[in-house]
Design a protein around this ligand. Structure first.
Ligand SMILES: C[S@@+](CC[C@H](N)C(=O)[O-])C[C@H]1O[C@@H](n2cnc3c(N)ncnc32)[C@H](O)[C@@H]1O
Length: 473
């Protein structure tokens, strides 16, 4: 990180802007919001700047730059519009040590201005160290769409009650929980809906309510998807960022845990094949204990919690003990893998159904109905099937499925090192062994794995397109 993010307090400080064109006018509009004392040095200036000067909002001098303009200045902003020579201005500024921003020219600047989303007093700043301004603009648009327009009003509302809350809830953790319940609950909803009077009344009631400290814990069973963090649902992400405790599996993709609130407690209960690090009963107890302690617990599972995820067992245990449980579905491995390899799991030409089966039954034994394996127009996706691939293939052939049925093995689906192998049902066991598939991997059996799809197979996920030499920088 080359650029250190800072917010500069410019209220009442002197700021010098060189240039009077459209680019300078845009920066002046932003600077005026800070309450800075603006001096604009420009032989010619846009009407907007001239009018601002006439109204007393800034000082405009219609002449070239003079080094004395910088006396006592906190910031210099330069619009390199060709009307003045840049080098003498920059060397005078460097001699004084004030921060210099040359608009759209990071290499000549000592500070750069980020893209911003303004919900004053909430300000979101986004930068790319000058590498990708268009990407920054895209991100800004996305964040703009995400943040309620009255977010600033909510921040001001909270600011008004800060002193009262601190005086009435002296313990830090209790105060944090109180504010979280305000921001996540109906009080914030009222402010955002424009009902500040109703929100203020509710806020006073909450501050004076002794029972607020008896916080009731809850558990969210959340599907984290097959590995790519971009496949998390918006709800999963929001709840992961609100969690007090996250109890998670081992097989979560790289980057998923980075989306969890930084100061949440993390408990790894991951089961790796053949090595049950934490037993299911213990996991149930961990969830229960933390929920009873009033925590918001997130149980984060790979894929979907209700697809070979034992989510049902955890749900039953928690419900038996009266704990509120919310279930947030995730993209199950079969769907993630199929999408990333462009395999339509059903296709009118080849398959009218799809079956998800596990290679490991309740007691570790293969537990699959032969009729499920036999049906020719059915796509079979086998979870946890790597070590029994040969046995599953033999059963399917014995049940009547053609030995030539195409198959695919998809390892670490949707992750940067995804691997896809293809073969036939007869060769499935050998394929898995010869290619040393370690998993997590899915076996996909059916005509759809060989269907002529528009996309190459496997997708070129990791190799970036070569940069033509004349464009290389
Ligand atoms: C205990 S199951 C959990 C399934 C999960 N609940 C889901 O909905 O995807 C674990 C198995 O899911 C499959 N799996 C999970 N993530 C995978 C991935 N990224 N690529 C391929 N298979 C995956 C593997 O077969 C693995 O052995």
């Amino acid at each position: 990180m080359r650029y250190f993010p800072l917010f500069a307090d410019l209220e009442g400080r002197r700021c010098v802007v060189i240039g009077g064109g459209g680019e300078a006018a845009r920066k002046i509009r932003l600077l005026r919001k800070t309450g800075a004392r603006l001096l604009v040095v420009a032989p010619r200036a846009e009407t907007e700047i001239v009018e601002a000067a006439a109204s007393g909002a800034l000082t405009l001098v219609n002449r070239p730059f003079d080094p004395e303009d910088l006396d006592g200045a906190a910031l210099l902003v330069v619009s390199d519009d060709g009307s003045q020579e840049l080098d003498p201005i920059l060397s005078a500024a460097r001699a004084t040590g004030i921060p210099i921003n040359v608009i759209d020219n990071p290499s000549r600047s000592t500070v750069i201005v980020p893209g911003i989303v303004d919900r004053d007093p909430i300000l979101v700043a986004i930068g790319s160290a000058g590498a990708a301004p268009v990407l920054v603009r895209r991100l800004r648009e996305k964040i703009e769409a995400l943040l309620p327009s009255r977010l600033g009003a909510l921040a001001r509302f909270a600011g008004r009650f800060r002193g009262a809350v601190s005086a009435s809830i002296t313990e830090g953790e209790g105060r944090r929980l109180f504010w979280e319940s305000v921001f996540d609950g109906p009080i914030a909803g009222r402010v955002l809906a424009g009902d500040e009077t109703g929100a203020s009344e509710a806020m006073l009631r909450a501050i004076n309510d002794d029972r607020r400290a008896e916080r009731v814990g809850s558990v969210a069973l959340i599907g984290a998807g097959p590995g790519d963090p971009d496949l998390l649902t918006v709800k999963a992400l929001r709840m992961m960022q609100d969690a007090d405790v996250v109890v998670h599996d081992a097989l979560l993709g790289e980057g998923i845990l980075d989306c969890v609130r930084r100061d949440a407690d993390r408990i790894d209960v991951g089961k790796r094949k053949g090595k049950h690090s934490v037993k299911q009963d213990e996991i149930n107890e961990i969830l229960l204990t933390h929920a009873r302690a009033g925590k918001r617990v997130v149980r984060l599972k790979g894929g979907d919690p209700f697809v070979f995820g034992r989510g049902g067992e955890e749900l039953a245990h928690l419900r038996r003990h009266g704990i509120a449980v919310e279930i947030v579905p995730g993209v199950t491995a079969a769907l993630g893998a199929a999408a990333s390899c462009a395999i339509p799991l059903t296709d009118r030409r080849h398959a009218s159904s799809v079956t998800f089966i596990t290679g490991h039954g309740k007691d570790g034994a293969l537990d699959i109905e032969p009729a499920l394996l036999a049906e020719g127009r059915n796509t079979i996706v086998v979870y946890m099937g790597v070590s029994v691939a040969g046995g599953i293939a033999a059963r399917a052939i014995a049940a009547g499925r053609a030995a030539s049925t195409p198959v695919a093995v998809i390892e670490r689906a949707t992750q940067p090192d995804q691997r896809v192998l293809r073969g036939t049902l007869a060769g499935l066991g050998a394929l898995v062994e010869e290619q040393a598939v370690r998993g997590p991997a899915l076996l996909v059996i059916g005509e759809v794995t060989a269907a002529a799809n528009a996309l190459p197979f496997p997708l070129p996920r990791t190799a970036p397109a070569p940069v033509p030499e004349r464009l290389a920088v």
